[in-house]
Unconditional design. Structure first.
Length: 302
């Protein structure tokens, strides 16, 4: 009995968060099971499309890898190089996959992984996903997957490198003509503001947040509880510090314009929420003598 591919299930290869410019992100897993008495077979072609909610340009290229177990590995690429994905659909076959696409496989189960490269300028919160369209063709015939677009996807998130590069190294300082004043007063020292809503859900270390609060010591706390006013933040909480310490003090008697304000830049899905500390004194000597060199800094949530 000649070899035949009896089944070819498509499952989601992974979910979660990915960063801009990340390569070889496992997106789909095609599991093929071949039966028969003898012989080998090869993968001839597979057609793909962007998954639900995925914009063109987010996934810039794809590759295919083969493993003999259900554990992902890049040791055995099917073909060579990266196949460019410039539109919303792509068929991978011998015409674009390069040398090695016609590699043969034996009886039993083989695993084919479709991976994607993420654009270096992909908007934050972008969806990353692929789906199989139509039949998958092997040298022994074609099969139609029962779940060509399995449930699940990735989300593009900001990384420490993203923020350091875009906000510090390149000197970009977000601005707004009409920010919302979060806190402003005369001589505020060791004060905390009330809980306020974020304009979108912000994922920090795997947890989604929709609220924040801030204090005059340069600390921002995520979540629905009010941040403390202490110089040393409480452990176990999601706290961000633009410049954290007792040197971050609003003193409107010296600097009438000093404030904590908020605003949003960009449009969905590429928005950034900015919490800005403006006109703060960093007292190396005293608040009075150092007031001539106020500082402004931002916490940016992509």
């Amino acid at each position: 009995m000649p070899i035949t591919v009896a089944s070819g299930a498509v499952t989601q290869a992974g979910t979660g968060n990915v960063g801009r410019g990340q390569s070889n992100v496992p997106l789909l897993l095609l599991t093929s099971t071949a039966s028969g008495n003898s012989g080998t077979y090869s993968l001839s072609s597979i057609s793909l499309s962007l998954g639900t909610g995925v914009n063109t340009g987010i996934i810039t290229g794809v590759r295919v890898y083969q493993t003999s177990t259900s554990t992902f590995s890049t040791a055995n690429q099917v073909g060579t190089g990266t196949i460019s994905l410039s539109g919303s659909t792509l068929t991978i076959d011998a015409s674009n996959a390069g040398t090695g696409w016609g590699a043969t496989y034996s009886l039993g189960t083989n695993y084919f992984w479709i991976t994607g490269n993420i654009a270096s300028n992909a908007p934050y919160s972008s969806v990353v996903d692929l789906a199989v369209t139509g039949s998958v063709t092997f040298s022994t015939g074609s099969i139609t997957p029962t779940t060509p677009n399995p449930t699940g996807s990735y989300t593009v998130v900001g990384t420490i490198t993203d923020l350091a590069t875009s906000r510090v190294t390149n000197g970009i300082f977000a601005t707004s003509a009409s920010p919302t004043i979060y806190m402003q007063g005369t001589g505020l020292d060791d004060n905390s503001g009330s809980v306020a809503s974020l304009p979108f859900t912000f994922n920090f270390m795997g947890t989604n947040y929709t609220q924040f609060s801030a204090n005059t010591n340069g600390q921002v706390q995520l979540g629905g509880s009010t941040i403390g006013s202490n110089v040393t933040p409480t452990s176990g909480l999601a706290i961000l510090g633009a410049i954290s310490g007792d040197n971050a003090v609003i003193s409107n008697a010296i600097l009438p314009s000093a404030s904590i304000s908020t605003f949003t830049v960009g449009t969905s899905p590429n928005r950034v929420f900015v919490i800005q500390y403006s006109g703060f004194v960093i007292p190396y000597g005293s608040y009075t003598t150092d007031a001539s060199n106020p500082s402004s800094y931002q916490v940016c949530l992509p």
